[in-house]
Structures are given as structure tokens and as C-alpha cells.
Ligand binder design. Structure first.
Ligand SMILES: [Ca+2]
Length: 135
């Protein structure tokens, strides 16, 4: 077994993060997802990964067991496919260096979406609190 080979995009991601920033990187990863996914199912399957990995990730000789373990590692809900979110999470887990350097950028990008939801909820709560009971 050869060691130290690794998968090439481990080195690629930190560079991309620096260049693109958090939101740009998320966008880029999602582009990758669309290229790798099974167009009919809308998820990455082992087969769609196998047939597209070389073209999309630039990995010519990815071994079958590497593909399988990539699927298994990324498949959080265990349905046998990688959803877009699972794929993004996997990309970050494959690159610990990126996690440290850029995770906060991603969190920020995701946070912006959460904030919108939270502020909507608060508006509703305030309405209820303004009821006063005078008899
Ligand atoms: Ca899954």
C-alpha cells in the first residue's frame, strides 16, 4: 500500500478558500456537486462519482475502495447517496487545514441565512408579547 499519495483536492481547497473567500468557496463546491451528481436523482451516487471524478476533480486513478470510502464517510444520513450538504461537509472534513483556516468564513456564509429566519421569528414573538390584560 502506498502512503502519502492522498487525494489531490486536499491541497486544492485551502488555496481556493484564500482566493474565493467563504461564499465563493461554497459556491464552487456546489458547482462541483452539480458536476458530480446523478442528473436524474439529484444526488451523488457511487456510479456518478466514479464516472465523473476524473473529469471534475482531476483525479485520474481514484481506486474503487477510495470512492466507496468517500461515499461512506460523507453519507451522514445513511441513504447511500451524497446530498449537496453531505458533499460540502465531506469536502471540509477531507481538508483539516481548510477547516481551521476557513471554517469561520463558511459559518458566516451560513449564518446569514439563519439570521433571516431568526429575525422573522422574533417579529412574531413580539406581537404576542404586546397583549396586556386590564380588567
Ligand atoms: Ca445521504
Amino acid at each position: 500500500m502506498a502512503s502519502g499519495g492522498g487525494v489531490d483536492f486536499e491541497d486544492l481547497l485551502p488555496m481556493m478558500a484564500t482566493k474565493l473567500g467563504g461564499e465563493g468557496l461554497v459556491k464552487e463546491l456546489c458547482n462541483g456537486f452539480e458536476l458530480l451528481m446523478d442528473k436524474e436523482k439529484g444526488v451523488i451516487t457511487l456510479e456518478s462519482l466514479r464516472s465523473n471524478a476524473a473529469a471534475v476533480l482531476g483525479i485520474e486513478d481514484m481506486k474503487e475502495d477510495e470512492l466507496v470510502s468517500m461515499m461512506r464517510e460523507g453519507d451522514i444520513d445513511g441513504d447511500g447517496y451524497l446530498s449537496q450538504m453531505e458533499f460540502c461537509v465531506l469536502m471540509f472534513r477531507l481538508s483539516p487545514e481548510l477547516m481551521e483556516e476557513s471554517w469561520f468564513l463558511i459559518e458566516q456564509a451560513l449564518q446569514n441565512h439563519d439570521d433571516e429566519l431568526v429575525s422573522n421569528n422574533n417579529k412574531n414573538k413580539n406581537k404576542n408579547n404586546s397583549n396586556s390584560s386590564i380588567s
